[in-house]
Design a protein around this ligand. Sequence first.
Ligand code: NAI
Length: 336
Amino acid sequence: MRIACFSTKNWVRESFERANEGAGHEITYLEASLDETTVSLSEGHEAICVFVNDVVDAKVVQGLADREVRCVALRCAGFNNVDIQRAHELGITVVRVPAYSPHAVAEHALGMMLALNRRYHRAFNRIREQNFSLEGLLGFDVHGKTVGVIGTGKIGRVFCELVRGFGCRILAHDKYPDEELRDAGVEYVELEPLYQASDIISLHCPLTHETYHMIDENAIRTTKEGVMILNTSRGALVDTGAVIDGLKSGHIGYLGLDVYEEEGDLFFEDLSDQVIQDDTFVRLQTFPNVLITAHQAFFTREAINSIAEVTLGNISEVAAGEEPSNLVSPDMVASS
Ligand code: NAI
C-alpha cells in the first residue's frame, strides 16, 4: 500500500524502514502531524499511519474519505484520538498495535516512582553543582507501602508484578479483575477505598468518557496526605488544575507524569528556544516534587521494533482484504 506516515521522527523512519524490508509498502514520511490543516497531505495514499497526538476527529476522517484513504493505522495502543464511529461509517478501517511492550511502560512508571521518592532528578543536578548536601532528599522505604493500581490490563499487570517484588500491598481497581493477580495476592477494591489507603497510585487504564479526569478535586480529597500519583496512561485521566491545587496545598506529595492533557502542543518537539505559552504546564514544572517525561514510557528498542512490525503487518492484512487481527471497531469504543 501507499502509506502517508504522519508525525515522523528519526526513530519512526528507521524502525519502519527496517520492518518494511519484508513488507514492501511504499511509505511517504511526513514530519507534519495530522489535523484538519494537514489532511490534504494524505492525497494519493491508501493508508495513513498516525501516533498518539495526531488528530483524527470527524472532520479529518471526512477529509481522509474524500481522498480515498481506506486505512488508518495507529502506531500505538490507545485510540481516543480517532473518531472510530465516523471512520466505520465512511468505510475506513482503523487498526492499532494493542501491545508492544507492556514492560516498557510499567518499568518507566516504576522508574518514576523511585526517582520521585529518592529525588534522583534533584540529586543529579546537585552533584553537578558540587552540592553534596542531603537536605531535602529524604525518601521512604517502598517496602511495606500500599500501592493502588487503576487498570490491570497488560501494563497494569506488569506494574503489579514489579511492585510486588518490593514487598508492597497492592490494591487494584478494574472493570474486569484479573483472577491470576487476585490469586497472587492483589486485592481488588472500589476506587474510593483504593484512594483512601494507597501511598502510591499508578494509572494504567485507557482514556474514555468514564475515566476522563478521574483524578479530580474529589478524588484528590479522598487520597492520603502526601500521596504519590503516577500517570503513564493518558493525560486527561488527570485534571491538571486539581493536581496543581493538591501540590500547592502539600496534599499531593509527589507527581509523576509521562502524559499531559495538552501534550499535543508540546511533546515530541524540541521547543528549547521558544517561550512556552501553556501556563498550566509551566506551573507544573516549578514544583520540586513533580517529575515530567514527554510521553517516553513506551520508548524502548523492543517496543519500537514491535510497533513498526505490527503496524505494517496490520496494513498488509488490510491490503490483502483480510479481516485485520488488530481492528478497532465501534463496539470497542462503546465497551471501553
Ligand atoms: P489494556 O487494554 O491491556 O488494559 C487496560 C485496563 O484498563 C483493562 O484491564 C480495562 O478493563 C481497564 N479499564 C478500562 N476502563 C476502566 C475503568 N473505567 N476503570 C478501571 N479500569 C478500567 O491496556 P494497556 O496495554 O495495559 O495500556 C493501558 C493504557 O496505557 C493505554 O490505554 C494507553 O492509554 C496507555 N499507554 C501509554 C503509553 C506511554 O508511552 N505512556 C504506551 C502504551 C499505552
